[in-house]
Each structure stands twice: as structure tokens, then as C-alpha cells.
Design a protein around this ligand. Structure first.
Ligand code: F3S
Length: 276
């Protein structure tokens, strides 16, 4: 069986930048996981003593803290600064952008619609910048249950699919006098998605590597499954099963934006060991 890696996969600019920042600050803490990949977070702990604080109370006075790629709520940032330690911002610039848009448009009196998951840390952070009404929705059905003013501004979670975002926009435009649309979907996501789609069309089996909590990896898996029903989302080599590959000619491999190269290599190595 041949193994082919997608043309674009794995670490994005924002994750590379955050890891570099964390490595440059040994002994610091991160408030929440720096990126959505447990194995990489364990490596940062082991090699750089970068610890994980699950909430603000875990951060002692004067402790240097790195802010995760997904950003944190505005109020948490304020409390963190009050603790007196150095605050190092590793929020991805593509996440800072919707935070700023939401703050500005909200101050200008627009109701804010965010296409995204209200429980995701990125969206919790982005929502916190609104000073007026703000709603996170996952589909048009949810949007229909909300009563919005005539002026609406809309942003998307960075990892969402553009086709789904278009449905939200297409619903909003005819229903409101003014709709300000901001394309806040990240290019790294597009590139990995396009490459995964292209490969999944040809592959007999697709392996999608990334954290189980990682939104962009889940999106990649959904896309791959559309074109290649035998698509599996795994986090480590231990989840691989030999029978997935039996009788297959081409195995495609892709990985989410917070998956380090060393995990991808381990997984490809194990697939080769199956000798199918
Ligand atoms: Fe940033 Fe896009 Fe990566 S939002 S963290 S560059 S997937």
C-alpha cells in the first residue's frame, strides 16, 4: 500500500508561533491548553517546564503566563494582569482580529452574530469583547430563534467551513437593513482542507491526525469522510488498527493545524510496520 501525505497539512502559522513563544519562556504557565494537542503540551512540560493552568486560580502571583492561541476572555486577561506576572500573548493574530472587530462593531451599536461554537475557547474569548448583544450560532436554525436589531455585524470562528458561513450570511442579508460581514476564517484552514479534499478523492483510506478536541481536525475528518468513507480521526499511533489498511492501495494522511511533525512521523512509521 502506498502512503501519501496531503500537499498542505499540520502546523499552521499561529501554532508554530505559539510553540516558539512558549519555548522561549521556560518555567511559564499557559492559561488553558496552549494548543489543542495533549502530546505536544506534555512535551512542552517535559522539555521546557511550561505548565498548564486550568483556571486563573492556578496561577500564582507574579507567575509568567503565556496566553493560548485561541485567546482568553477579556475579563480573564484583566485579572491575569492584576496578578503582577509577565503576560506573554501567544493569541493567534487571526483570532485577535475577530476580537477587535467584535469590540469595534459592538461599540458602534451593531448586534453581533458569531458563526461558531459558544463552548469553544476561541469563541468564548471573541464574545467577551462585545459590549452589547452578541450571539454565537452554529446554523441558520439557531439564527432564526434570535431577535436581532436592523444593524448586524457577523464574524466566523477561524476554523469554520466557508460554505456553512455563506448560509448564515445568505439568511441575514435579506432580513436586515445593514449586515456587515467579515471573513475571519483562517487561510491555513482552507489550505489544509483543500489539500485533504483532493487527496481523499483518490485515497482508499484516510488517516486524519490531531487532538480529539481540535475543531479544525474534526472539520478535516468531516471533509475526508465525504470523499473517502474509510476516514479515521486519531490522536496517536496506538489507535491504529491493521484491518483499516487491508486490501487498500492508497492511504492518505493529513493532520490538523496543531499536530506536530513528530506525531505524524510516528503514525506513518506504524502504518508502514503493518506491511499491508
Ligand atoms: Fe491561527 Fe489559523 Fe492556526 S487561526 S492558530 S493560523 S488555524
Amino acid at each position: 500500500m502506498e502512503i501519501e501525505i496531503a500537499q498542505s497539512y499540520g502546523f499552521c502559522f499561529g501554532v508554530k508561533r505559539a510553540i516558539k513563544i512558549a519555548e522561549e519562556h521556560p518555567g511559564s504557565s499557559t492559561l488553558g491548553p496552549l494548543i489543542h494537542n495533549n502530546m505536544e503540551i506534555e512535551r512542552l512540560k517535559r522539555d521546557f517546564n511550561v505548565s498548564l493552568a486550568t483556571n486563573l486560580d492556578d496561577i500564582g502571583a507574579g507567575q509568567a503566563t503565556v496566553i493560548r492561541t485561541h485567546g482568553i476572555p477579556k475579563n480573564d486577561l484583566k485579572k491575569l494582569k492584576e496578578k503582577g506576572g509577565e503576560v506573554i500573548d501567544a493569541t493567534c493574530p487571526f483570532v485577535t482580529k475577530p476580537q477587535q472587530i467584535v469590540e469595534k462593531m459592538s461599540e458602534e451599536g451593531y448586534d453581533i452574530v458569531i458563526f461558531g461554537d459558544a463552548n469553544h475557547p476561541e469563541i468564548k474569548g471573541v464574545m467577551s469583547y462585545a459590549t452589547g448583544p452578541v450571539y454565537a450560532v452554529l446554523n441558520v436554525e439557531e439564527l432564526k430563534t434570535i431577535s436581532l436589531k436592523e444593524r448586524v455585524a457577523v464574524v466566523a470562528q477561524t476554523t469554520r467551513k466557508i460554505e456553512e458561513y455563506n448560509k448564515i450570511i445568505n439568511y441575514l442579508v435579506p432580513h436586515h437593513k445593514e449586515v456587515r460581514v467579515f471573513n475571519t476564517i483562517c487561510n491555513a484552514t482552507f489550505e489544509n482542507q483543500d489539500a485533504a479534499r483532493e487527496l481523499a478523492r483518490r485515497a482508499d483510506v484516510m488517516i486524519v491526525i490531531g487532538g480529539k478536541q481540535s475543531s479544525n481536525t474534526k472539520q478535516l475528518h468531516t471533509i475526508c469522510r465525504e470523499y473517502c468513507p474509510d476516514s479515521y480521526h486519531i490522536e496517536s499511533k496506538d489507535e491504529l488498527k491493521k484491518e483499516w489498511f487491508e486490501g487498500k492501495k492508497l492511504c492518505g494522511v493529513t493532520a490538523g493545524a496543531s499536530t506536530p511533525e513528530w506525531i505524524i512521523e510516528e503514525i506513518i512509521g506504524k502504518i508502514r510496520e503493518f506491511k499491508v
